[in-house]
Design a binder for this molecule. Structure first.
Ligand SMILES: Nc1ncnc2c1ncn2[C@@H]1O[C@H](COP(=O)(O)OP(=O)(O)O)[C@@H](O)[C@H]1O
Ligand SMILES: [Mg+2]
Length: 425
């Protein structure tokens, strides 16, 4: 039905009524005209009702479409939020750029890396201060494909990374690209540590090997050598061989401590320390160093007994080796909150403050000759630190040059670990 007829019908009925009012028709005509006008009005009314009914359905349809659109919009927003949360939570810095290298989004880690709070709208160059990354980005934009390269950032700190850039597609008629940065600094540092370690190990082995070789050569080349000199040289060879064995043993202990999860048992700390004191007693006696032990009983650990004994032995032998004649050592074991403390204090030569931060490094020695003369390998404290940390503990040192040193090892008590395990969550 065509609703355009509705005004025409109304006009027609109005016209008919006006005609009957103005013109003097005969009663029969007048009645016929009025009837026609009424008919038109009724028809118009009928059309109007249908019109309303149609409107009502349209309105309902419109309302349901609106709800659909609203829920679609809501879902879209949720999806966008999820995508942003995904990007933000990524454990690598992620940036989204347009083809002019202007930033559209940066995840939380990227903001942290470059020390910004917000960065949308900034240029990539202004944010990262890396011209190399900027050029890489322009290259990706030109090719509309994935590119990657190694990039070093110098701001706000030096970082060696692998940058990957790939094309995401278009949004608001702009081409978008994602940039992911993979930090390789730690990997490179570890690689350097490994290289230094291998170099150090070969160096440590080369010195005694060279002495053994030259001593043996001298004996070999001089058959007439007096028996006394020969004996002295042979003793030196034995000493150097022992040194090699000690280095190999310490290296093995260190590697084992690093690579294997130690088998743990519950034991009391004081008897282990007492055993260590007994083991070094003759060495202390030779060096004229007195040892006093104050060991609080009943402190139990969940640890590897042999390794804890090793820690105590290394600290005690250092306290003897770097002591003065008539010097003394005090070994203490005491509780401190949920920790057990092992303290080894000596009245020895002390450690210069500039050397303190380095003494736990492998092969680091303040005085190489003194360490070697006492049978040191430079690995004792590295072993201590490794064992203690793998047991969830900490080691600290206080020292005054020429006065003495205090080494403190803190380890979690078994009772504390136990109650933490059984605590209701
Ligand atoms: N108790 C101490 N007093 C003075 N110096 C110490 C003490 N313990 C360690 N050091 C210094 O720390 C260096 C590293 O110790 P360590 O790793 O045990 O190797 P080393 O085999 O030389 O004893 C030692 O060479 C020494 O210079
Ligand atoms: Mg040592």
């Amino acid at each position: 039905m065509n609703f355009r007829w509705l005004p025409a019908l109304l006009w027609l009925s109005a016209g008919l009524l006006l005609l009957t009012a103005l013109v003097d028709f005969s009663p029969a005509w007048r009645e016929a005209l009025i009837a026609a006008a009424v008919g038109c009005i009724l028809l118009a009314l009928y059309f109007t009702r249908r019109l309303y009914a149609r409107f009502a359905t349209l309105r309902e349809q419109l309302a349901s479409r609106t709800t659909e659109i609203e829920s679609l919009q809501l879902e879209l927003t949720r999806q966008q939020r999820r995508r942003l949360a995904l990007i933000d939570g990524m454990p690598i810095p992620l940036l989204i750029c347009d083809s002019d290298a202007m930033l559209r989004h940066a995840n939380r880690l990227a903001l942290e890396w470059f020390g910004f709070r917000h960065m949308t709208g900034k240029s990539l160059l202004a944010l990262t201060f890396s011209y190399d990354l900027y050029l890489l980005m322009l290259k990706a934009a030109r090719r509309e494909s994935a590119v990657s390269s190694e990039i070093t950032f110098s701001f706000p700190k030096e970082r060696h990374t692998e940058a990957h850039i790939w094309y995401l597609g278009e949004a608001d008629s702009q081409k978008l690209f994602a940039i992911a940065l993979i930090d390789k600094s730690e990997l490179l540092r570890l690689e350097q540590v490994r290289r230094d370690f291998v170099a150090n190990v070969s160096h440590e082995f080369r010195t005694p090997l060279a002495s053994i070789r030259s001593l043996a050569e001298t004996i070999h080349d001089d058959p007439q050598m007096p028996a006394e000199t020969r004996q002295r040289f042979l003793n030196l060879i034995i000493q150097e061989a022992d040194r090699l064995t000690r280095i190999a043993d310490d290296l093995l202990t260190l590697t084992r401590a690093e690579s294997m999860q130690p088998v743990r048992e519950v034991f009391e700390l004081a008897p282990v320390i007492q055993q260590a004191v007994q083991e070094v007693e003759s060495e202390a006696h030779r060096a004229q160093v007195a040892i006093t032990a104050e060991l609080t009983p009943n402190l139990r650990l969940l640890a590897n007994r042999d390794q804890i004994l090793q820690v105590a032995l290394n600290l005690l032998s250092n306290a003897i080796r770097y002591n003065k004649p008539q010097g003394s050592i005090t070994v203490r074991v005491y509780p401190e909150g949920h920790l057990a403390v092992l303290e080894v204090a000596d009245t020895g030569i002390g450690i210069p403050s500039e050397a303190l931060p380095r003494i736990f490094e492998r092969f680091y020695r303040v005085d190489k000759t003194r360490s070697r003369a006492g049978g040191g390998t430079g690995l004792g404290l590295a072993i201590v630190k490794h064992i203690v940390e793998s047991h969830g503990g900490q080691v600290e040192v206080e020292s005054e040059y020429r006065v003495g040193s205090v080494f403190r090892v803190r380890l979690p008590l078994y009772e504390a670990a136990e109650s933490a395990d059984t605590e209701p969550s």
